[in-house]
Ligand binder design. Structure first.
Ligand code: DUC
Ligand code: ZN
Ligand code: ZN
Length: 473
């Protein structure tokens, strides 16, 4: 693969916004220079004119669930379809969650996720491990997994009987993480209490998707976040709270960080842009059923999340991409409609890997809530540091992988199921007009999206053996 010049664009990193030409040789960025200052074009195989456009580091989505088994079905995107859709949306790296099931081994979970992904992914990928069964063997396997580049483990305080870990199990896993340098990712919701509310609601005949949002109370997210933070403090394990949606949880994170703890948190676009009302509207609300749920806007949850993003109390925006079809699917069968008479049977999850960058740019940068450097920081640079991929990923610098997005900040377009690439039959953002569009995507120097065409192949992406957390305080 020869040289590519990206000329006359505005290069944006977490810290700089600068007019610059970028020289890519093979898979790497090899030079940046003032626009037109070097004659790189004559020896180049390709020249991309980026005038009037941003040149961004490829997005990194550290929270996806391709093919996740959930509630009697599987997330509808597999690694091939999901990573291709990610690329269309300007994301060039994902970190997906491999699963250790109850009674199974974590290594088996890892190997089976590698098998699903290798040869199919369009972009580079890493893995976290959902450790669904903490026991002596799992604790040993955590060390082996760190050597394999799986340097983060997700525990669930929700979903009793499925992924759930009790406080003792969490403590043991955190002790191990403190020892081997890994990071604990936590789904912080008090699932035991939530299940009581679920049963009580169903007994009252409250079966609509809206009740999914009402039983999974914000206070129970805050309580779980608090408990997770206490256990992390006791053990010294770095803690990363996933998909934060409640202001109570944000407040716990703020207090922990003010005390200097290695406590971090992400949120997701759905919690920034949707609310409890989206869960109403009869069964249509099933499209927005995920956990934790959408929150009440009037109670100030969205405001707290945006504020957290501005103050760096929240460091990352990922998606928790976990799509399920709304209508029956010829191969996947019933998905969201499994819960048409009982909200607790609706598979939890939403499609999001493709629109993340564009909706966040439009709803965050264009609305003046975050600046463009902060946009890059929370979608690419910090994700890379948090999960041991920097500076190979997450920035545009000499020596970094040439994972680059040419982004037109002025182009308007409408998000719709009719123009998306995720394998799912609805868009949560149907009809939303956004300003800002991904025009061209390079992964490790190769153009895979250009002029509305997909030019990549399944298997273009590679497994990333990740380092440990590079974001520790
Ligand atoms: N939440 C979801 O909405 N889906 C998958 C798992 C999770 O924690
Ligand atoms: Zn979760
Ligand atoms: Zn998740």
């Amino acid at each position: 693969m020869g040289r590519t010049v990206i000329k006359a664009g505005t290069v944006v990193t977490a810290t700089e916004t600068m007019g610059a030409d970028v020289l890519v040789d093979g898979e790497k960025v090899v030079a940046l220079a003032a626009p037109g200052s070097h004659d790189w074009e004559s020896g180049a195989e390709r020249v991309i004119d980026a005038s009037g456009k941003y040149v961004l580091p490829g997005g990194i989505d550290v929270h996806t669930h391709m093919e996740l088994p959930f509630g009697g079905t599987f997330a509808s995107d597999n690694f091939e379809t999901g990573t291709r859709a990610a690329a269309w949306g300007g994301t060039t790296t994902i970190i997906d969650f491999a699963v250790q099931t109850k009674g199974g081994s974590a290594m088996e979970g890892y190997e089976s996720w590698r098998e699903k992904a290798d040869g199919n992914v369009a972009i580079d990928y890493g893995l976290h491990m959902i450790t669904g069964d903490i026991n002596e063997q799992t604790l040993k396997e955590m060390d082996v997994l760190v050597d394999e580049g799986v340097t983060s483990f997700k525990l669930f305080m929700a979903y009793p009987g499925v992924f759930y870990s009790d406080d003792g199990e969490i403590l043991l896993a955190m002790q191990k993480a403190a020892e081997n340098g890994s990071t604990i990712c936590m789904h912080a919701e008090n699932g035991i209490a939530i299940d009581v509310y679920v049963e009580q609601a169903l007994k009252r005949g409250q079966t609509d998707p809206l009740y999914h949002g009402l039983v999974r109370k914000a206070l129970l997210e805050g309580e779980a976040a608090h408990r997770a933070i206490v256990l992390a403090e006791l053990t010294g394990a770095p803690l990363y709270i996933v998909h934060t949606s409640a202001k109570e949880a944000v407040n716990e994170v703020i207090q922990a960080r003010d005390r200097g703890l290695n406590v971090f948190a992400e949120t997701c676009p759905q919690y920034l842009f949707f609310d409890l009302d989206d869960l109403g509207n009869g069964f249509e609300g099933a499209k927005y059923v995920c956990s934790p749920p959408m929150r009440d806007r009037a109670a100030g949850h969205q405001d707290a999340l945006w504020q957290g993003l501005r103050t760096n109390d929240l460091q990352v925006v990922s998606t928790d991409h976990c799509p399920f079809c709304f209508n029956d699917h010829p191969e996947l069968g019933r998905q969201k409609r499994l819960g048409d008479e009982d909200f607790s049977k609706i598979p939890n999850g939403m499609p999001g890997v493709e629109p993340r960058m564009e909706v966040l740019f439009d709803g965050g940068v264009n609305q003046g809530l975050i600046g463009v450097n902060r946009f890059v920081e929370i979608t690419a640079t910090t994700p890379a540091k948090m999960f041991g991929l920097h500076p190979q990923k997450g920035t545009i610098a000499v020596g970094s992988d040439a994972d680059i997005v040419i982004f037109d900040p002025n182009e308007k377009h409408v998000i719709s199921v009719d123009n998306q690439h995720m394998r799912v039959d609805y868009s949560a953002y149907e009809g939303l007009e956004v300003t800002g569009k991904v025009k061209c995507v390079l992964t490790r120097g190769r153009i895979i999206v250009e002029n509305g065409e997909y030019l990549g192949n399944p298997g273009d992406g590679r497994y990333l053996k990740r380092d440990t957390n590079q974001y520790l305080i």
